[in-house]
Design a protein around this ligand. Structure first.
Ligand code: ZN
Length: 475
């Protein structure tokens, strides 16, 4: 069988393994795998008569595609937990996930792991992408997070319970948790996701529960990870032998030492915190949420710097999928945040965003570096991310996305669109007090443009009725 070749000629290769960039180097790809890399590589290695495509990368950077190890494809850019849990049907959630997958890939993210999401949409999406039916990054997926009444996702009063559409499933007895892990394994997840306390102020699962669930997941051939922000639960997660840990915002010395000695990677996932803290005011995010997330980000700097210094491997994760972390926009910002809040160099950050994420895709040693034998998921970047990591955040700078050795073509017009916001039953974003109407000092009131929802976007009851009125008028 003749081979199909791709030559990416004369770029600066940033290999994703942390080595210094190699200028004037070419990457030769054969049948989806990297065949050779370096200044010596030319088209002469390609036998006459075989298909060769050439890309000129002069003045550009060639690097591995990014891996986002914390990307929730089923959240649908929701603006509230209620939108995720209650107002979005499984059908619309599935379609949205497939639509959004192409945005993620377009931004240079060629691999994602979904640590939790509703139903088994992640499993189906993973398969559709692997089969080439849906355009998107290669993917691994968990099912609904396993949580307790003291962790994430038990948001509502007990009288309401946890809706079927929730991203989590709540169990307070170990036997029920075991039952859930067995069902999720049967239904094709790659990993189990546990969710401990929301803000890390206490440990929600017992260490025994974590250990039993980790052992069972491993026995069934699955990975397991945990949302763990505080010292106690990070320490317990290390003891339990989790495969990687999400967050680790607040860790004491002993926990950092324990984590470092274990070799378990940490996915700090700072993006959502930073976006809410830095820019939440532009989109009407509630003040307590903005302040809480900003505080969490600032306090993380100490733990993460110590963890990095102690040699804990760091991995890019973003919590993309909320309205504050829309798909295909901010993934690469995490690299900048890892530099600022954990002390990584640019080369270390790129490593965190590429080869360090291979394990979360179940492809350690096969993806994330530019080296012979590796799967050719690559980017051609117009700019130098080692000199300026933020170049990876610019859509225009991600010039070419290569997946399995093939240049991906995108429907740019379709990708630029946004999926309409789901209906929620909101009445206002602040209270209509006497002063609002009858003139307190206007400076005490929120500026009208603080809430950038148009009536259309808000999707509330009133605008919904208006829409209907308008459609009646025009018909
Ligand atoms: Zn998450």
């Amino acid at each position: 069988m003749p081979s199909t070749w791709l030559l990416i000629a004369n770029g600066t290769v940033v290999d994703g393994a942390g080595n210094p960039p190699v200028p004037n180097a070419s990457v030769l790809v054969r049948d989806g795998r990297i065949h050779d890399v370096g200044p010596h590589v030319t088209r002469d290695a390609v036998p006459r008569g075989e298909t060769l495509r050439e890309l000129d990368a002069t003045g550009k950077t060639v690097m591995p595609g990014l891996v986002d190890a914390h990307c929730h494809m089923t959240y649908g850019e929701s603006r509230s937990e209620e939108e995720i849990d209650l107002y979005t049907s499984p059908e619309s959630r599935t379609l949205k996930a497939a639509f959004h997958a192409q945005k993620v890939l377009r931004s240079g993210v060629t691999g994602i792991s979904q640590p939790g999401g509703s139903y088994y949409i992640g499993v189906a999406l993973r398969e559709a992408i692997a089969d080439g039916i849906v355009q998107g990054p290669r993917m691994t997926s968990a099912g609904r997070y396993l949580s307790t009444s003291n962790g994430l996702t038990d948001w509502y009063p007990d009288g309401v319970g946890v809706p079927e559409g929730s991203i989590g499933i709540v169990h307070n007895r170990l036997d029920d948790m075991i039952d859930e892990v067995r069902h999720q394994a049967k239904n094709g997840v790659d990993l189990i996701k546990l969710a401990d306390s929301p803000y890390g102020d206490f440990q929600a699962f017992t260490t025994h529960e974590m250990t039993v669930l980790a052992d069972l997941a491993h026995q069934l051939g699955k990975k397991i990870t945990i949302h763990a922000r505080g010292s106690a639960e990070v320490d317990a997660a290390v003891t339990a032998g989790m495969d990687w840990i999400m967050h680790g915002n607040i860790m004491d010395e002993a926990t950092v030492d324990h984590l470092a000695a274990s070799g378990i990677p940490l996915v700090p996932t700072l993006l959502l915190l930073a976006n809410a803290g830095d820019w939440g005011h532009l989109v009407g995010a509630p003040v307590p949420l903005r302040d809480g997330m900003k505080r969490m980000l600032e306090v993380s700097a100490d733990s993460l710097h110590r963890a990095h210094a102690a040699g804990v491997p760091m991995v890019l994760g973003t919590d993309s999928g909320f309205s504050l972390s829309p798909y295909g926009v901010w993934h690469a910002r995490e690299l900048d945040l890892l530099m600022r809040y954990a002390g990584l160099t640019a080369l270390e950050a790129i490593q965190a965003g590429t080869s360090n994420g291979a394990q979360m895709l179940g492809l350690a040693g096969e993806i994330g570096t530019v080296a012979p034998g590796m799967i050719a998921d690559l980017l051609v970047v117009d700019g130098d991310p080692v000199a300026d990591i933020t170049v990876l955040q610019r859509r225009e700078a991600i010039e070419t996305v290569i997946q399995d050795g093939a240049v991906v073509t995108f429907d740019e017009e379709a990708i630029a669109r946004s999926w309409p916001h789901e209906r929620g039953i909101g009445y206002s974003v602040t209270d209509l007090t006497y002063d609002v109407v009858h003139g307190a000092d206007p400076r005490d009131l929120p500026a009208p443009d603080q809430f950038r929802y148009s009536a259309e976007q808000a999707g509330d009851l009133v605008s919904d009725m208006r829409r209907r009125e308008r459609s009646v008028q025009t018909s």
